[in-house]
Ligand binder design. Structure first.
Ligand SMILES: Cc1cc2nc3c(=O)[nH]c(=O)nc-3n(C[C@H](O)[C@H](O)[C@H](O)COP(=O)(O)O)c2cc1C
Length: 201
């Protein structure tokens, strides 16, 4: 049986990488080649950032090192562990809260780390992989586990891998693999003239 795909239904054509990216929870028991993993990290590295501060850092655990992968999995909350465990690569995105140059607070650190994450997800799509991001993570545990300095916020966990069969997931999760994706309309979020006044499409 073919795996579910969930192309975005858009009101204007978008690049196929944007159309085809989505967040599965079932990942195949198939390793991610090192060059593909490096390409995903590289895509994040080349994101734009305020003052080119590059506040992002990533902690990467792959199933090649089963102990590291098992430890990283405990950094996801219990609900997210149900699916994150299927992914051969687990990544945590960190954001440096201050500018390295002068120690001033960097109000854009989360924005820029999120932008890097978006680039990573698109690069993953480009090489046939998927990323599922999770904010439901155990930050205190992760800080201790990976000796993450206080200077860094722990933003998200990411599961990376090839898409898998929905049936490998427990409980209600298989059905969620085929649930339609939904978005607000463009008129709900893009305005002209004043806030709330939908742009003409
Ligand atoms: C910052 C962030 C946090 C998220 N946290 C979770 C999470 O904790 N658990 C989960 O199952 N999905 C999580 N997601 C996935 C979203 O639910 C998903 O991206 C959204 O429903 C849109 O679906 P799509 O990515 O397939 O377009 C998160 C996504 C982002 C970007």
């Amino acid at each position: 049986m073919s795996l579910p795909s969930k192309p975005a239904v858009t009101s204007a054509p978008v690049h196929e990488l944007i159309r085809d990216r989505w967040s599965p929870r079932a990942f195949a028991d198939r390793p991610v080649p090192r060059d593909a993993l490096v390409s995903v990290l590289e895509a994040g590295r080349w994101a734009a950032s305020s003052n080119n501060s590059q506040p992002w850092r990533w902690i990467v655990a792959t199933r090649d090192d089963p102990a590291a992968h098992a430890a990283a999995l405990t950094g996801f909350n219990a609900r997210n562990q149900r699916w994150a465990r299927t992914a051969p690569v687990l990544i945590f995105a960190l954001a440096r809260k201050t500018f390295e140059a002068n120690g001033n607070p960097n109000a854009h650190a989360w924005h820029d780390t999120g932008a890097a994450s978006a680039q990573m997800a698109l690069q993953a799509t480009a090489v046939g992989l998927h990323i599922h991001t999770a904010a439901g993570i155990e930050r205190d545990r992760l800080r201790e586990l990976f000796a993450i300095p206080d200077e860094f916020d722990i933003c998200t966990g990411m599961a990376l891998g090839y898409q898998g069969e929905p049936e490998i997931l427990p409980e209600e999760l298989p059905a969620r693999e085929t649930e339609p994706r939904s978005r607000k309309t463009l008129g709900d979020i893009a305005f002209s003239g004043r806030f709330g006044h939908a742009i003409e499409i």
